[in-house]
Design a protein around this ligand. Structure first.
Ligand code: ZN
Ligand code: ZN
Length: 367
C-alpha cells in the first residue's frame, strides 16, 4: 500500500530541485515508484501524474502491478523500441525541461533522446535514490523476514561445518534451505570463505575446498523476500580456536558491537566507519581491515548510504545499513561480523539475530 505515496515523495524532491518532470530509467527506481518488476520500462513523473512506458511483453503485468500497489498512473505500451521511444518523446515534449537520471543512462541513449525529444534534458541524478533510502514499514518488514530466514538457515547449517563439507556444499545447503523457508532465493551468492588462503579474500566465491579442522570460516548470507535483501556475516572456527584467532575475533567483535551501538540519526558515515576502524587500528590490525564498514540495503544489496571513510552521508531515520568490520591476511585467513540494522528515532534496531558471542559454530537446533 505504501508504494502509492512514493510518486508524491519524488515530486516534492523533484520540485525542490527545480525539475518540472522526471524521466526515470533505472529499473530499481521504476520498481520502487510503481511496483512494476518487468525488465523494460520507463516512468515519466510530472505534477499532473505518472506514466509507465513499456513494451508488449509487459502491458498486462504493468497494469496489474500498478493496481496492486495502489499506484494511480497510465500505462503506455509500445510494440517496438521506436514506439516506446515515441511515447517517451511525446510525454517529455510537454515540458520545456525534463530531468533524466544521468547515472543510469548511457551516452548513446542520451544522444538518441537529445536528437528525438523536443525538450531540454537536464541531469537529475539521485532524486529517487534519495527517497528510496528512507524505508517504510512494509520495506523494513520484508527485510526483517529475509533476516529471519537467513538466521534460521545458518542455525541449521553452521553446526555441520565440522563434517568435512566443501565451501560450495555449505553454500548449497544454505541457499536451498533459504528457499524452503520462503525466500525467493539468496540475496547474493552466499560467501563461504575458509582457511588461511580463501578466508583472506573478503568476497571469495565458494570453491571445492574441504573445510578442515582449525579453519576460520566466514559465512556471509542473505535472503531475498518480496524484492528486498538481507545481509549478515558470521565467522566460525572448526575445532578449538588458536589464541590468535580468538584475540582477533574479540577485536573484530568489539569493533562491530561499538559500530552498532554508534548507529543513530545524525551520525555521519565517516564517524561510524571511524568507530569500527579506530578499535581495529588501536589493536594493531588497521592494515588488515581492507574495506568500508558497511552499506545501505534495500531493493539492491548495495545501495546508499555507503558507510566508509570517503562518504559524506549522514544517517537518518529509515536508513537500513550493514555494520561489517573485518580483518583479512594471507596465511591467517579472515574474520568478519556483519549485522543489518535500521536507523530509528531511538538509535537503531538490529534486524539480524544469529548469535555472535563465540567463534564456535552453534549446536544443532533442537526442535
Ligand atoms: Zn554481507
Ligand atoms: Zn554487506
Amino acid at each position: 500500500m505504501s508504494t502509492a505515496g512514493r510518486a508524491d515523495r519524488v515530486r516534492s524532491r523533484m520540485a525542490a530541485a527545480g525539475h518540472e518532470a522526471l524521466l526515470v530509467s533505472d529499473l530499481t527506481n521504476v520498481r520502487w515508484i510503481t511496483g512494476f518488476t518487468g525488465s523494460n520500462g520507463w516512468v515519466v513523473i510530472d505534477h499532473e501524474g505518472l506514466t509507465l512506458v513499456t513494451d508488449g511483453r509487459y502491458g498486462v503485468q504493468a497494469a496489474q502491478q500498478l493496481a496492486a500497489a495502489g499506484v494511480v498512473g497510465e500505462v503506455l505500451v509500445g510494440a517496438t523500441t521506436t514506439d516506446t521511444q515515441a511515447h517517451l518523446a511525446a510525454l517529455c515534449g510537454r515540458h520545456d525541461r525534463v530531468g533524466f537520471e544521468a547515472e543510469h543512462v548511457s551516452f548513446a541513449q542520451h544522444a538518441r533522446w537529445a536528437a528525438a525529444f523536443d525538450t531540454e534534458l537536464s541531469s537529475a541524478g539521485g532524486i529517487v535514490e534519495a527517497e528510496r533510502r528512507v524505508k517504510d514499514a512494509d520495506e523494513i518488514d520484508a527485510m526483517a523476514r529475509a533476516c529471519r530466514i537467513a538466521d534460521q538457515a545458518l542455525a541449521e547449517v553452521a553446526p555441520r561445518l565440522g563434517e568435512g563439507l566443501t565451501e560450495a556444499q555449505v553454500r548449497n545447503l544454505l541457499e536451498v534451505r533459504m528457499r524452503e523457508l520462503g525466500a525467493t532465493g539468496p540475496s547474493y551468492e552466499t560467501i563461504v570463505a575458509s582457511g588461511p588462503v580463501n578466508g583472506a579474500l573478503p568476497h571469495h566465491r565458494p570453491t571445492d575446498r574441504v573445510i578442515t579442522a582449525g579453519d576460520l570460516v566466514i559465512i556471509d548470507v542473505g535472503a531475498l523476500v518480496d524484492g528486498y535483501h538481507s545481509d549478515m556475516t558470521r565467522t566460525f572456527v572448526t575445532g578449538e580456536p588458536t589464541a590468535q584467532q580468538q584475540e582477533l575475533y574479540e577485536v573484530v567483535l568489539a569493533a562491530q558491537r561499538a559500530g552498532v551501538a554508534a548507529v543513530a540519526a545524525g551520525v555521519s558515515v565517516k564517524q561510524l566507519d571511524g568507530v569500527c576502524r579506530g578499535i581495529i587500528t588501536e589493536a594493531g590490525f588497521g592494515d588488515w581491515f581492507t574495506h568500508g564498514t558497511g552499506h545501505g540495503v534495500g531493493l539492491l544489496i548495495h545501495e546508499d548510504p555507503f558507510v566508509n571513510r570517503a562518504g559524506d552521508a549522514i544517517l537518518q531515520v529509515g536508513d537500513v545499513v550493514t555494520v561489517e568490520p573485518g580483518v583479512y591476511h594471507g596465511g591467517f585467513g579472515g574474520i568478519r561480523v556483519e549485522d543489518l540494522v535500521v536507523v530509528t528515532s531511538e538509535g537503531c534496531r538490529v534486524l539480524t539475530a544469529s548469535p555472535k558471542d563465540s567463534l564456535c559454530p552453534p549446536s544443532p537446533p533442537t526442535i
